[in-house]
Design a protein around this ligand. Sequence first.
Ligand code: SF4
Length: 330
Amino acid sequence: MWSPAEGKSVKCHLCAHRCSIAPGKTGICGVRKNSSGKLEPLTYGKVSSIGPDPIEKKPFNHFIPGTSVLSVGSVGCNFRCDFCQNWTISQEFTMRGLRSVEPEELPRMAAGYNCRSISWTYNEPTIWFEYTLDGAKMAHDAGLRTSYVTNGYITEEALKEIAPNLDAMNIDVKAFTDDFYRRRSKAKLQPVLDTCELAVKLGIFIELTYLVIPGQNDNPEEIRRFAQWVRDSLGLETPVHFSRFHPDYNLRMAKSTPIETLRLAHSIAKEEGLTFVYIGNVPHCDEENTYCPKCGKMVMERYGLRLVTNKAKEGKCPECGENLNIILDV
Ligand code: SF4
């Protein structure tokens, strides 16, 4: 996923920044270096955090619900989000304190924790692509499923390369204006939307997360255009999570998202026809549960990040048989 460029630079093809990296320098993500005319992935196998989580924490509400996942993260990011809630690792560009974990160890660790899948999460998975690709292949060989929790900035060629070994993605759509992406994340909106559409075409299961930040991306018209795009470009059954913002990093002076704002976003998305809309980061609110879009029965009940009851039968409503767009454990 790189090629030689002008002079002794190298060009990285992993994410939409497509950095040209001068000798001795790193790309925007801080973890891919031009070492003597070759692109060196500095964080291959260098792990900042690893451990089991409920799959609902990623968040995935329709991807093998109720199972445990082995979460794996490193350092660095190709975005510079002012509102990052994981900035201590995403905006860390040294390898201090990282633990070495070879990809072949991942399936064994997952089995030890009784996890049914492995997820690359906490920081942006695309930027240590080679490691995630090797790990995803080994996970599949061991009968485990795989997922990315990602900002969606991966290039078409990289996504196509990993697609046969990547089952699911939770993609952050951070706003629905390019202006927000440029000002707040130092990135662009369109590549993220392209990734969502390509993932669906490639058969990768997706859920979307929209972190609602007061006064920044919570305009009802913006939310409506986002919901219409999801419905028309990805399908109305795509699960969408409107997640609560907590003041952090460069937006410590901002306020937490009011529950009413999240409920308004939820109701706008439902008005536009989306069938599985959730509110996240608000424990014990009704909008974290799954209701059948046809008969209205509550099928999955959650508390915080845990599935409490699951009445779905083979991914369908037990009452009326409606398909609930659930990826089942195997
Ligand atoms: S992965 Fe890193 S080096 Fe590669 S294009 Fe993206 S920001 Fe640049």
